[in-house]
Design a binder for this molecule. Structure first.
Ligand code: ZN
Length: 180
């Protein structure tokens, strides 16, 4: 059973100043490295991919300066689960402290575990697979597809090593973040 909700907050320098119990439990369930000493670290240490960081910085600046509150859907899959979540990003009145609260919307067991989401499987450093860090889809043959489709097209079951994931953002999610 997955954690239903988790939250964390950052200060004006984007350092994690508060994480709740759900954050630690979720981190443990999903094999996040180094989550135990998250406090005091930069939020950006935990965001993979240059473009993703850039877009999230932009969004964060708008939340602080003008929006004060935004809610967005995002995916947070694991090898066994397809998970849809909503994240609410809220700035305090001064715009300095920002709170992220994520809530589970739906969770579905996969028919077959998808090793692409498993951080412990061996990776081929010469082979990169673009992945959207927001919706967890993969870019295969110029098309953004769900993991099951990516695994089929890439014939992952015939490989001893999986491609290294290259975290970016797909055009659909980029548009959603910018339009928030
Ligand atoms: Zn996406």
């Amino acid at each position: 059973m997955t954690v239903e909700a988790l939250s964390y907050a950052i200060d004006e320098q984007d350092r994690l100043i508060r994480v709740d119990d759900g954050y630690y439990r979720f981190a443990e369930e999903n094999g996040w490295d180094g989550a135990g000493d998250s406090l005091g670290r930069l939020l950006w240490d935990f965001v993979a991919g240059h473009d993703v960081r850039k877009l999230q910085r932009l969004l964060l600046r708008r939340v602080r300066d003008e929006l004060h509150d935004v809610e967005l859907p995002f995916r947070c899959d694991s090898p066994e689960l397809r998970r849809e979540m909503d994240v609410r990003i809220t700035a305090d009145r001064s715009g300095r402290v920002v709170l992220f609260s994520a809530r589970l919307r739906s969770e579905q067991q996969r028919e077959e575990p998808q090793p692409l989401f498993d951080p412990s499987v061996p990776r081929d450093d010469a082979d990169f697979l673009p992945m959207c860090a927001w919706c967890d889809r993969f870019l295969v043959d110029g098309e953004w597809v769900e993991v099951e489709e990516a695994a089929k097209r890439l014939e992952l079951f015939r490989r001893s090593e999986l491609p290294t994931l290259d975290h970016g953002i797909c055009p659909r999610c980029g548009g959603t973040l910018l339009a928030a």
